[in-house]
Write a protein that binds this ligand. Structure first.
Ligand code: FAD
Length: 384
């Protein structure tokens, strides 16, 4: 749903201009230093990127899902590290509080997340609980007006920068699965919370992950999200449903960028006396990429509109994430191929994007997990 087409067009144009004039020229610097420059972060705050999807009453722009994915189509067209920094505040690092938090929790944290003053992280994955997240082992034991958390979370995006963590922990160890899990807001600096070394990743330099370790970490009971035990896994799944549509849209943006780069290269690179774009086998790769991007775009927009209508889009979000991220991997491969040997050296952005986009098929549920969700949904539907 687009609330006001004129405002939306202005927003998309503003983001597009910012990406072209500010972010793309700094991509190399981010890749080399593994840091997003402070002046760029300041500009991202200024134009409201940290609070895109948080409601206006908390200082955000309150975009709808359709509006959000359209902006993500743009954001995907530059290094994913930029999107990753604002991604958790607009998604997994804030949505648990927004969707299921108490009024006090929303008031305490959402305005600072929307402004970018605070970075939010989402801590679900553990060393022994990845795809099978409901088997997580981190415990939270009630002790008067506190909970004591113990356990380790793995690969947590923006953990080194985070001011707060949404942490899924088991409050009822007699229940092995999802029902025993609760969600907590844990502030950075709480005694007993420590961080591991920053992970050395294949790509997405400038975006950081690390372990988050809880050792007798004392968290106020008031920080139990929604003030309810046993519903934390449901909160996490709601957050991920939305996150999957966002990641799908970012993957589409990245595919568009790589196709644009490949097209430009193909029209300029000459072999056999012709631009290689004259050759039908190269044209086939360009055409397949455009076709798949278009299909993914239609799929994501449809799922986003359905979510805006209040429909349950679990299956559609998984279909969209699965198709769009796999499609992005195929486009990355073709873009490198079209660049020939130049695609394998770092002078061209496609070499970097090829590594950066590999992550999209892994996090917020691997492609296989999306397949499982889709198939289970079909089977459940057939059984009714
Ligand atoms: C850079 C990065 C950032 C991340 N950010 C976050 C974050 O902010 N917060 C967070 O909580 N997590 C985060 N993650 C964790 C991420 O979500 C997990 O890595 C992912 O869910 C997969 O879990 P795993 O790595 O344990 O792999 P595993 O679950 O061990 O999977 C290994 C392989 O087995 C397959 N597999 C597993 N189960 C099945 C099944 N039932 N059927 C078929 N195949 C299956 C998988 O698809 C995969 O191919 C991040 C990961 C990375 C790499």
């Amino acid at each position: 749903m687009i609330r006001d087409p004129e405002t939306q067009t202005l927003l998309e144009e503003g983001v597009r201009r910012f990406i072209k004039e500010v972010l793309i020229p700094r991509e190399e610097e981010v890749a080399e230093t593994d840091q997003i420059p402070a002046d760029v972060i300041a500009q991202m705050k200024e134009i409201g990127l940290f609070g895109l999807s948080l409601p206006e009453e908390f200082g955000g722009l309150g975009v709808t899902m359709e509006e959000e994915v359209r902006i993500a189509f743009e954001l995907g067209q530059t290094s994913p590290a930029f999107r990753s920094l604002i991604g958790t505040n607009n998604g997994i690092g804030a949505m648990g509080i927004y969707l299921d938090g108490t009024d006090e929790q929303k008031q305490a944290y959402l305005p600072r997340l929307a402004s970018g003053e605070l970075i939010g992280s989402f801590a679900l994955t553990e060393p022994e609980a990845g795809s099978d997240a409901a088997s997580l082992r981190t415990t939270a034991v009630r002790d008067g007006d506190h909970y004591i958390l113990n356990g380790t979370k793995r690969f947590i995006t923006n953990a080194p920068e985070a001011g707060i963590f949404t942490v899924m922990a088991r409050t009822d160890t007699s229940i092995k699965g999802a029902g025993g899990i609760s969600a907590f807001i844990v502030e950075a600096g709480t005694p007993g919370l420590s961080l591991g070394k920053i992970d050395k990743k294949m790509g997405q330099k400038g975006a950081h992950t690390c372990d988050v370790i809880f050792t007798d970490c004392k968290v106020p009971a008031a920080n139990l999200i929604g003030n309810r035990e046993g519903v934390g896994f449901k909160t996490a799944m709601k957050v991920l449903d939305k996150g999957r549509l966002h990641i799908a849209a970012v993957a589409i943006g990245a595919a568009k960028r790589m196709l644009g780069d490949a097209l430009e290269f193909a029209m300029n690179r000459k072999q056999f006396g012709h631009p290689i774009s004259d050759f039908q086998l190269v044209q086939g790769m360009l055409a397949d990429s455009k076709t798949e991007i278009y299909a993914a775009e239609c799929m994501v927009l449809d799922a986003a509109r359905q979510r805006d209508e209040g429909k349950d889009v679990s299956i559609q979000a998984s279909c969209a994430k699965y198709f769009s991220t796999e499609m992005c991997g195929r486009v990355a491969d073709r873009a490198v191929q079209i660049h020939g040997g130049s695609g394998y050296v770092s002078d061209y952005a496609v070499e970097r994007f090829y590594r950066d986009v590999r992550l999209f098929r892994l996090y917020e549920g691997t492609s296989q997990v999306q397949q499982v969700i889709i198939a289970r949904g079909l089977i459940r539907g057939a059984a009714i």
